[in-house]
Design a protein around this ligand. Sequence first.
Ligand code: GLN
Length: 244
Amino acid sequence: MKKALAVVALTLCSALSIANAQTLKVGTEATFAPFEFTDEKSNIIGFDVDVIKAIGQEVGLDVEVVNQPFDALIPGVLTSQLDAAIAGITITEERAKQVSFSDPYYKAGIDAIVRKADAQKYPTLDSLKKSRLCAQIGTTGADVANKISGNVGTYNTVVEAFMELKNKGCEAVLNDRPVNLYFLQTKNEKDFYEIPELYNGEEYGIVVSKQNKDVLEKINSGLKKIRENGTLAKIHEKWFNTKE
Ligand code: GLN
């Protein structure tokens, strides 16, 4: 009898906790490997996906990751269609006027990829100042391209920007260095060359609405925990083969 009661109580408890578990709807843009991309079964995977799920697990939030265009992520958070966004989003002053950022979770920066045949022609970022450049729309890569030459074609995804470079529609793609490197390594792209110069250092943060202080606090406390307990380093090692 006692046992039966305990089972009932346990079942009730878990049913209640499921009902109470808050689901965090998190937007991303899944063409930005290794941070977010899709596997052969169309599951969204990557560094960012592992980070936000590990944070959710620490603070008791279920996480649902949804795919959206990059330039729809901040508007999605502003209109409460998304609770948060994680997509290799650089913390910038401009964006921080509109939304809150979590503590930084990854150090990146912008650099350029050119066609290998042009490696001598474009030894530095400055040598691109009269060139047509390509970038993903709404990104810090596009901002840098505008500063370098002001002659910029923007695309919905960085994959399309790389295609345009290949087709000689532009002379260089300006984009986040870790994504550029991953692209060169995994796609075995012998036709491309990375100019060995970082335009600037940037840091990624998770975007939350300024109204949603509770979620921001939870995300920051989860992030702190996964940094301290080594989970973040493990995720880093999984996707980059290095601890940091
Ligand atoms: N880090 C860049 C930015 O925030 C690019 C992000 C992306 O394309 N997913 O603008």
